[in-house]
Design a protein around this ligand. Structure first.
Ligand SMILES: [Zn+2]
Length: 390
């Protein structure tokens, strides 16, 4: 098998303390040897290979793992965003605007739009991502969204319980029956996960539990949107049911922190959402200090966080969620992998997937130190170059 070598790496972040210094397992003057889709070895600079990328003394990090996106949708909500910045409140009901546009779009149009966003994510250094359905809210469109998402990733999440559609206004229980019945049956074959928006104005605790248990009975792993717009039962329900991740976590009470610290569920923060909705930022420091596993994701979606920039999310996590730079980088790589229950991604070690990003910077600290500057020079996913910026 021919080898690709990323050589002359000034600073390599492996996320494996056994391979290098500190919790991030950093190695200076390194080479990353890749065979096929896998990392073959971490060596000293100057390693031999059939094909060579010269990192020229710059920093290489594991590819970002974006464990929370809604990439498949049609329509544009820029006007709603501008109105919100001018003082209008954020409401979960805005999801219906996207639902109307998405239902009206052809499957191929949805695929084309999603592929473009996937390319944008590669350019941002995202080598693996999760994609949720949730803008169909009826059986046929939800199935189409799951099919399109499955063309782009193995991490597809059924989110029929994203909002109560207009035609079920005031009949949320009846809609939950549809989600757990025909909709789940149509979508589950394309999915790995089930998710629910457990929030006032969306689905309450009982309804959320019903959706998650139905998904589990259909063979899906569990994820939860919780505690975004106010305190609520989402975090505790996710931990109780053993969900892989509970996402948003903007409002965390003491009991939520205790639950996260004592459970296996990853707390996933989506700081670009708090930015784009002018919500207060969560206190990730408390969760980390209590011992919770944390992740950062983009939540790329048209209503509350239309970004694929993980670097931006990392900068917010450091400045406003009070993570250290090292913690934020880990949360956006290994944390995302843990939130997806994956052992093969999120770090660079022999046998793991060869997902690496060459930064146009001498260290990962520049991701925060130079906010807004596109620092991804090269993205390698499964051993293949997927983006080159020079
Ligand atoms: Zn979301």
């Amino acid at each position: 098998m021919s080898a690709l070598v990323i050589d002359n790496i000034g600073l390599l972040v492996t996320n494996d303390p056994e391979l290098g210094d500190g919790p991030l397992g950093t190695v200076r003057d390194a080479a990353l040897v890749i065979e096929g889709e896998r990392v073959a070895a971490v060596e000293r600079a100057g390693a031999a290979g059939d094909e060579r990328i010269d990192a020229d003394g710059r920093c290489v990090i594991p590819g970002f793992v974006d464990s929370h996106t809604h990439l498949v949708f049609a329509g544009d909500r820029a006007a709603e965003f501008a109105a919100r910045m001018a003082g209008a409140p954020y409401e979960a009901a805005g999801i219906r605007v996207t639902t109307d546009a998405t239902r009206a779009a052809s499957t191929e149009d949805l695929a084309r739009l999603a592929e473009r966003r996937r390319a944008e994510a590669f350019a941002a250094g995202i080598t693996e991502l999760e994609i949720k359905s949730g803008y169909g809210l009826e059986v046929d469109t939800e199935r189409r969204l799951c099919e399109v998402a499955a063309r782009l990733t193995g991490e597809v999440t059924f989110l029929g319980a994203h909002a109560v559609p207009a035609e079920y206004e005031g009949r949320a229980d009846a809609y939950v029956g549809l989600v757990c019945g025909d909709m789940l049956s149509a979508c589950a074959p394309h999915c790995r996960w089930v998710d629910v928006f457990c929030e006032r104005g969306a689905f309450d605790e009982d309804q959320s539990r019903t959706v998650l248990e139905a998904g589990r009975a259909a063979g899906l792993g569990l994820r939860v949107h919780g505690n975004q717009l106010g305190p609520g039962p989402g975090v505790r329900l996710a931990v109780e049911l053993g969900a892989a991740s509970v996402d948003h976590c903007t409002y965390l009470e003491d009991a939520d922190i205790e639950a996260l610290a004592g459970g296996e569920t990853v707390a996933t923060f989506l700081p670009a959402t708090d930015f784009s909705t002018r919500q207060p930022y969560p206190d990730a420091r408390r969760a980390i200090d209590a011992g919770a596993e944390v992740a950062i994701a983009t939540n790329c979606n048209p209503g509350s966080s239309y970004t694929t920039s993980m670097s931006f999310c990392i900068a917010l996590a450091v400045r406003d969620l009070r993570m250290t730079v090292d913690e934020a980088l880990r949360a956006a790589t290994l944390g995302g992998a843990r939130a997806l229950g994956r052992d093969d991604i999120g770090r660079l070690r022999p046998g793991g997937r060869a997902d690496a990003v060459v930064l146009n910077a001498p260290s990962h600290e520049h991701l925060v130190y130079r906010p807004g500057v596109p620092l991804v020079s090269r993205t390698v996913a499964r051993g293949e170059v997927r983006h080159t910026a020079g």
